[in-house]
Write a protein that binds this ligand. Sequence first.
Ligand SMILES: Cc1cc2nc3c(=O)[nH]c(=O)nc-3n(C[C@H](O)[C@H](O)[C@H](O)COP(=O)(O)OP(=O)(O)OC[C@H]3O[C@@H](n4cnc5c(N)ncnc54)[C@H](O)[C@@H]3O)c2cc1C
Ligand code: FES
Length: 286
Amino acid sequence: MAESGRIEAELIDVIALVERNVVSGSPSGRSYGHLELVLDRQIEILPAQFAMIKPRRLAEPLLRRAMAFYRVRNSESQTIVEFIYQIVGRGTDALAGLKPGEEVAFLGPLGNTFSEGHRDAVLVAGGAGSPALFMLAEELKRHRRSVRLFIGGASKGDLCGLSDFEALLGRESITTTTIDGSYGIQGLISQPLENYLSGVDRSSCEVFSCGPEPMLERVSELCEQFEVPAQLSLESPMACGFGICVGCAVAVKANVAEGFVYKRVCVDGPVFRSDELYSVRTMHNA
Ligand SMILES: Cc1cc2nc3c(=O)[nH]c(=O)nc-3n(C[C@H](O)[C@H](O)[C@H](O)COP(=O)(O)OP(=O)(O)OC[C@H]3O[C@@H](n4cnc5c(N)ncnc54)[C@H](O)[C@@H]3O)c2cc1C
Ligand code: FES
């Protein structure tokens, strides 16, 4: 984990091969794919970093889609990278059609990573945001840090990566909520998080979060209220992924008349300290 949150890693634009692509549905009506790609070289990938990917055979959609690395395995000559994606539109629908052996246009790794502190880690994940926190959980465990996960979704099938988180952290370290009550506590994840933060020694913990913007807004408010430092990984819609189009802008606080300036989520993020953000809503959704 980089102290500064900035990284030095080789960016590659290559063809990856599909190893596995499994699509499943949730009772909430949402669908998800679990995609495994093989890259013909070793690359270093840090928690919260992402790739821009699309099926190579398709001209449409033109642009690749941003996906957080879920898990990474390196061998001597290759890297296997995994993604969990929610199918929401044309790009992710195209990913769902990928078959083993097919070629994927891959650009990555992109973006910064979380900055490590020395406090107990509280991870807060919502829906398709949870894959972006799995490598962080692995790294924190490797560093023997205390990790507690709060994970919420519409239904049990929307708790992306839950079984892997349970195997890694143990069920006792995980609080789960579903809106339909099919798993864990019924409701939003912000409620047990609030209960937890109001009872814990606040000087001993820090929050790392990824999920839908309304959830990140609430996490941000709670962390401000309880004076707990928080880092948020933002998932704004992106066109280029490497700083050229400015389509991913987010407002950060600044000492100017407007009170903010824009930063690009793809190169200045996706991880931001919650207290530096003017709004967690990216320009696209503001
Ligand atoms: C750094 C980063 C990491 C990401 N990691 C993941 C991940 O691990 N798993 C995952 O499922 N998704 C992830 N996303 C979001 C993913 O990139 C989008 O869901 C995807 O680009 C949608 O493409 P589409 O063509 O299928 O949908 P579109 O046709 O582009 O859009 C369909 C609908 O979804 C909305 N939408 C599109 N993109 C987003 C977005 N980023 N946030 C909110 N609403 C959006 C649109 O407004 C529209 O209503 C990540 C995004 C970023 C920036
Ligand atoms: S996606 Fe193009 S500048 Fe960020």
